[in-house]
Design a protein around this ligand. Sequence first.
Ligand code: BMA
Length: 356
Amino acid sequence: MTFLSILACAACVCAGADSTCCASTAQSLICNLADAAEHGRFYFGHHDDTAYGRDWQYVEGASDVKALTGRYPGMMSWDLGMIELASDKNLDGVPFSFMATEISRQQARGGVSTISWHPRNPATGGDSWDTSASPLELMAENPALRDTLELWIDRAADFIGSIRNDAGERVPVILRPWHENSGSWFWWGAPYGTPQQYIDLWKLTRERFDAKGIDNVVWAYAPDKDLTPEQYFSTYPGDEYVDILGCDIYHFDGENGLADFERRLNDQLPYIAAEASRRGKVAALTETGLESVTMPRWYTEVMLPVMKRYKLAYVCVWRNAQKQQLPDHYYVPFKGHPAEADFVEFASDPAVIMVR
Ligand code: BMA
């Protein structure tokens, strides 16, 4: 890849698989994302879409999104939590072998995939939400803890490097590690370490992947809500470590929470989009959703205008947990739900990238 082609790609004038700037696996995905945004389109993403839904699990070809729209989401989202313990299933029971196959299938459909990671707390053995000890702070004086974390990162890297398509090539994926770090709910969150300690964790992650030659990762940085640009960038690992500038912002409390949600998006997305464009990066709303979709026109009247306004490359909503496990925990409507027709309308908008 020449220096000029890298520059061209940063500005993303390189749509099309035969372009030289799309030569590397990860770069081809960056180009697809940037090209979508450039043309006023965005990938619609759904977490665990083909693994399970409201009233099914592991049914060949099934998807709550497809059941309504006839198509799969343009973006599939998955989570690595438990890969660090070499488990064969993730924290929500999704087998990693299933995940790898689905990521390859999604590429064959012309879609893209994103991966988050809710690892255990290496200091306590608890889950991601166990903030009773701070690995970020303890790591400096505790080499064993650092070794554990390095092993965990290596396991994540090995899994991602193993995701291949039928031609035997690695499939590019977006990885969004250490997400929502501006919040206080994960052990890598803001109260549990300095900005520099967080940045060091990112760099360590990136270095371990790079040392293994894992070349199919597009790196997404995704703090949470209510951040000034200074706060947002205070934990930014640096342009050389990040490809996507994102944020995770949820809509809470339905109609009553609408003004807050829109204010949060309208405060944060303009500078994220502007900074992404200035730095040759992709901008995205990396995680969002209105639990139970309690507003029947949410998809077309709340989500769609925001996505069109800021030229973001993708938006990803969270999972449709099974009804018997978590009755209200779903972000895509289903047959008979009051938001069904609106979701179908949203998915048929020319700006929304879905796949067959
Ligand atoms: C949360 C919830 C949990 C889930 C976790 C990791 O937002 O959906 O039920 O275990 O994400 O996927």
